[in-house]
Design a protein around this ligand. Sequence first.
Ligand code: SF4
Ligand code: SF4
Length: 260
Amino acid sequence: MLFIALKDFLCQISSPARPEEVWPQIETHSLFKRYSRQWERLSSRRRRKAWEQLGALITKVGYATRPYCIRCGACCRQGSPTLYQEDAFLLHSETLSKRDLFTLRVGELAYSNEEGRLVVVKKEAIKIKEINGRCCIFFDEKNRSCTIYKFRPLQCRVMACWDPEGFKTLRKKRPLQRKDIIPVKYPLWEIIARHERRCAVTQMRTLLKRNDKERLQEMAYYDLQTRHFLKENFQINPQEMDFYLGRPISTLIRLYQGGE
Ligand code: SF4
Ligand code: SF4
């Protein structure tokens, strides 16, 4: 079974290596030997853990056979990048505009590349918008390429699926936030701050847990009204709204319903 998993993985990453050539590295590994000896005696919980560890071993050994980028676009389809301070120039140079971005607010759930799972966002971040909640809007599916490749953000530049160390370099970097982009004295700040208080994601998730439909509805209505107000009174382009206020509460409710 593990051999098939290895074969599938090599195929998935378009490795030039044949599974038979790579298999000895798995077979002779201490982890494989240990679990082969103990397998029958393992509880289902330990077996799950063993699979996870053996899966990680296959990933490591597999990627060692293809330690370079083949521009397959799999990473672009799995999610868009978070922007860092180093990416601010992309906005100044108009490679990116507010229409291309959305704010990931505190309390939202986001996939952590480093941890390989969904985590609660502790600090606000700005991300490039996604299609169907996954694929980066700058990924050209037809040509399987990035339409802003020369100016792709920092996270895309350090992305190396074969080497998770790349992402660790981002730990010391500061994510870009709304306050880095919107001028301090901008009149919208008061409205954004009020919206943050009335439509906090943590509060929304608590209401979802309690199934408090009435207050969720109130929150979604307030969010909608704020968007309408910004459009009418500040001529904010509706496409920029997810940057100023984050994704609509109604969207977040749909996203998190059932997952709580
Ligand atoms: S870095 Fe991204 S595009 Fe390059 S091979 Fe890995 S998944 Fe594909
Ligand atoms: S900006 Fe380009 S490289 Fe980065 S995720 Fe989007 S399509 Fe991929």
